[in-house]
Design a protein around this ligand. Structure first.
Ligand SMILES: C[S@@+](CC[C@H](N)C(=O)[O-])C[C@H]1O[C@@H](n2cnc3c(N)ncnc32)[C@H](O)[C@@H]1O
Length: 208
């Protein structure tokens, strides 16, 4: 099997995120992961939470072969084959005609790490609106990543990261938590919990 893409950050944060997920999530269910990237989180969480079925996805078709190899390597009954899913698409997953808008599978959790700052701002509304379509009424949306917050000094590392992101792509940048929560409210979701995580990241929990 070819060497799989590897993110050192995903390797560092997978256990702290898992610890938070196990506190926040029910004992079992089915999770839709948005923006799976290398699939390290998907493989770790599926292995560590055997009563959760994990559906990895990503918008970039180039990531799917490696994601599929990661799934194959993990060889877990609760880790599904990856699917193409662009949050901007009115259809989740993007490749499946059966998942028309407002239809399709409902999930107990939707998990999205490190996408909002590295994608245009419109993806935030799309994430919230898609979540409203595909999350069960008792389910949770969990986002993870860096945020800026009103009244909270931004860590110097996050300020530098934000400048770097905007230099790479003016449509990118660390999002303001209050703006993300406002987009969630537009979709009928409320910010239930804000957990401080290592390296100046936050884990946010939204529900209906
Ligand atoms: C920095 S990586 C994060 C990967 C992984 N979640 C992690 O935390 O290591 C950002 C990912 O967001 C995905 N992405 C960007 N725009 C997206 C969109 N519109 N819908 C879904 N995923 C998107 C990219 O393809 C990429 O895999």
């Amino acid at each position: 099997m070819p060497e799989l893409p590897y993110s050192p950050a995903a390797d560092r944060n997978k256990q702290p995120i898992l610890d938070a997920l196990t506190r926040v999530l029910a004992e079992h269910g089915t999770a839709l992961e948005i923006a799976s990237g290398t699939g390290q989180h998907a493989a770790w969480f599926a292995a560590s939470m055997p009563r959760w079925t994990w559906q990895p996805t990503d918008a970039d078709p180039r990531t799917l072969p490696a994601l599929a190899s990661r799934v194959e390597e993990a060889a877990l009954p609760n880790l599904r084959q990856p699917l193409l899913l662009d949050v901007m698409s009115p259809r989740w997953p993007s490749q499946d005609a059966a998942f028309a808008e407002g239809e399709g599978e409902k999930f107990d959790a939707i998990y999205c790490a490190n996408m909002l700052h590295i994608a245009p701002w419109a993806t935030c509304a799309a994430l919230m609106q898609g979540t409203a379509r595909h999350l069960r009424s008792s389910g949770l949306l969990i986002t993870y990543g860096p945020y800026v917050e009103d009244g909270v000094p931004t860590a110097p590392g996050n300020t530098a990261f934000d400048q770097d992101l905007r230099a790479r792509n003016p449509a990118w940048g660390i999002r303001r938590l209050e703006d993300v929560a406002a987009e969630a409210r537009q979709a009928g979701l409320a910010l239930r919990e804000r957990r401080a995580m290592p390296a100046n990241n936050l884990l946010l929990v939204f529900g209906f």
